[in-house]
Ligand binder design. Structure first.
Ligand SMILES: NC(=O)c1ccc[n+]([C@@H]2O[C@H](COP(=O)([O-])OP(=O)(O)OC[C@H]3O[C@@H](n4cnc5c(N)ncnc54)[C@H](OP(=O)(O)O)[C@@H]3O)[C@@H](O)[C@H]2O)c1
Length: 238
């Protein structure tokens, strides 16, 4: 029998998908969500275990509320959705793109956390996914830093406000996922090589690396109000 029920929002790709896989292996019942039904059907078909899927757009308040009413009781919530809006050199950063960064990451992560609250166990947890740009002072990431710092600020407050529920965040460094698909393949390979060279562990991350950090936060009932940086040391080395 499954131990506990985890909902992974953004569970059809990248970090969220790796988290879904790991949690299923660990015996959790998992609901994976995303916008694209076809991608979710592929995930459902390729993974065994106690997995349900649900398609909804977290930017649509009505759809999000209806989804959580349908999902029912939850032990843990993982918020692994976001976008690349807000990236790029500050001098040419369009303020509309910075706003889109908030609209496609901060607002939907917060809105989903809020919609899930009535269904979330009092001994449960919420794990947000921010990004190391919030702390690392990497040129070209001022917009992403603002977006992800907002998420990290929310985490600490909610850990106190929503007690005894736990609230944490994972702050990934550069991770090889479809998030980077907008960057042409050759350029992406060069970028990853450059980041790997600047990262103390000598490589960019894999989604499984971040999934392990998320699983740790779900499983450790003495962790609340913290951001776990999972970046291979990139934020220390620049
Ligand atoms: N990859 C990196 O290098 C990196 C580094 C630091 C932080 N992060 C953060 O990690 C998180 C996950 O990124 P990833 O790399 O795993 O990206 P990804 O592979 O593109 O996955 C994003 C997931 O979020 C879902 N999603 C996006 N917008 C949604 C919405 N409005 N409603 C519902 N689902 C939505 C996508 O589903 P659909 O495709 O169906 O929309 C997909 O399942 C993001 O917040 C990202 O900023 C990533």
């Amino acid at each position: 029998m499954s131990l506990q029920h985890v909902v992974v929002v953004g569970g059809s790709s990248g970090i969220g998908l790796a988290t879904v896989k790991l949690l299923l292996e660990q015996g959790f019942a998992v609901t994976a969500t995303g916008r694209n039904e076809e991608k979710l059907a592929q995930v459902k078909a390729s993974l065994g275990g106690d997995l349900r899927t649900m398609a909804f757009d977290a930017m649509d308040a009505g759809a999000t509320a209806a989804a959580f009413a349908g999902i029912g009781s939850i032990d843990h919530l993982v918020l692994a959705l976001g976008s690349g809006h807000g990236a790029g050199p500050f001098a040419t950063l369009a303020m509309s793109d910075l706003l889109a960064g908030f609209q496609t990451k901060v607002i939907p992560q917060a809105a989903v956390a809020q919609a899930a609250l009535p269904f979330l166990a009092s001994e449960g947890s919420i794990t947000f996914v921010s990004a190391v740009s919030a702390q690392a002072a990497l040129p070209g990431t001022a917009g992403l830093a603002a977006v992800n710092a907002a998420i990290e600020a929310i985490v600490r407050v909610l850990a106190v406000e929503l007690k005894p529920r736990r609230c944490n965040g994972v702050s990934p460094g550069v991770v090889d996922t479809p998030w980077w698909d907008a960057v042409p393949q050759q350029q992406r390979a060069a970028l990853f090589e450059d980041f790997a060279g600047r990262t103390p562990v000598g490589r960019v991350g894999q989604p499984q690396d971040v999934a392990k950090a998320i699983s740790f936060l779900i499983g450790n009932s003495f962790m609340s109000g913290h951001i776990v940086t999972c970046d291979g040391g990139l934020s220390l080395a620049g």
